[in-house]
Write a protein that binds this ligand. Sequence first.
Ligand code: ZN
Length: 266
Amino acid sequence: MDWNLRACGRHGHETYQPLETDLAERLHAETAAGDAWRCLRCGDFVLGEPRRSGPADDAPVLLRGRALRDATVLRLLAAERGLRGVVIALLAFAVYDLRSSQATLNQWFAEKLPALRVTADAFNWNIDDSSMVHTIRSVLNAKSSTLNLVALGLAAYALLQIIEGVGLWLLKRWGEYFAVVATSLFIPFEVHEILKKVTWLRVGAFIINVGAVLYLLWSKRLFGIGGGREAYEAARHSAALIEVEQSAMTKPGPPAHVGSPEPDAG
Ligand SMILES: [Zn+2]
């Protein structure tokens, strides 16, 4: 799958005319149909005026190749986090809201239970031993303060998921660190849950979360892994087409003048 072409198909080609004429020549072609400029993302020559122009140093550093693939994966993860955050926030609200309708619901449940019991008996299902009925009973009889605590816990968890989702979606480095730390914190709890009872949902969530942590650590070089942020930015820049062309121009022969290396922007 060509991630570059896919992105160009969605957002259009990113052609750029650098002010430096020798560099511009390398990114320009004259065709029978007119001028064509090289797309900085997919590398194809595209007919028509360049989308942007300016000094080479101001050329956009586009997500290309591997960085683009990583961005797509992170945004999928961000969408999953965001969706989970919204569902849990709704649940938090439902628990908070339950306090006011607890008495009514309790009464309704008590009224319906005998009818339910008759139906269940027909299927040889002892409803009074059912864990679902136990859970409903204990929730309906829970103290208001307990429900408040549960709602608060759920709301905090929802907020965590939403912050994670936003940070990952915006492709921010803080978002990646936040996601790794927040996700790791819950992994021991997830292991504990799986040891209690193995369900597809639990195993699935566990695999996604462990995978996400490893993927972030490795692909984003967090916590100094593989050279850390500097190495990550360097790799991104070395993949930038305009910088590839620049270095191709300067490579042949020894440098004409001895200049100090570019100051490290940090
Ligand atoms: Zn393109």
